[in-house]
Ligand binder design. Sequence first.
Ligand code: PEP
Ligand code: MN
Length: 263
Amino acid sequence: IVSRKNQPDSTVIKVKDTLVGGKASIMVAGPCSVESYQQTREVGAALKEAGVPILRGGAFKPRTSPYDFQGLGIEGLQILKRVGDEFGLATISEIVDPRHLEEAIPYIDIIQIGARNMHNFELLKAAGETRTPVLLKRGLAATMEEFLHAAEYIVSRGNTQVMLIERGIRTYEKWTRNTLDISAVPILKKESHLPVLVDVTHSTGRKDILAPCAKAALAAGADGIMVEVHPNPAVALSDAQQQLNIPEFHKFLSEVKESGLFK
Ligand code: PEP
Ligand code: MN
């Protein structure tokens, strides 16, 4: 179903008033984790000012260590929605357990399925039973075929509103957190009609190369970019190293826009 052979026209997904996969590029930004109303609100205000329409923020965090901050859960989603409503922003957050979907959906406009759960077929099927748009992240070591089959799990259950996002893969390289597979973008655009985004933050883990990577993604045909933003990254409860502060975010955005690649 996700193949371009099956549907030559690109899928355009309406999220609130924003179209993903249409003529205009899309930016998704926000903190790694929702930590408090105040923290999320500061980011929401910055997004509103910058004209960025979709606010991200993790509430169920798939952390490497069980002793690290695990997210605020439903309370985090409530904060995200409150801020979204305040500034007219759409919201996206990761759901890790099919049992949370029903309770979570009223608070989010997009269900994020994280890299670690791309192979969680029961979660994919459950997301496929909903009619809420899904942003599916590429697995840490997923091939293009596995990635597209994961999307197929969702759409085959009737939820055709799926967006794909390249977020870097594991390689031997250590100077980036993951390796941004830029070739995934034109391949996915060629093979599938679904919108394709690139998460420049998790793919690089490096604030100093976000803008060139975003420009490369857009030049390769990406429909949008995801980036992490925190009012005070130094005290962030997750991914403190890689989140942009608000002035850095504005600078990143203007650099990307000035390139002319962000349509
Ligand atoms: C995230 O976007 O919050 C996240 C955990 O990313 P990934 O699933 O790509 O690691
Ligand atoms: Mn993160």
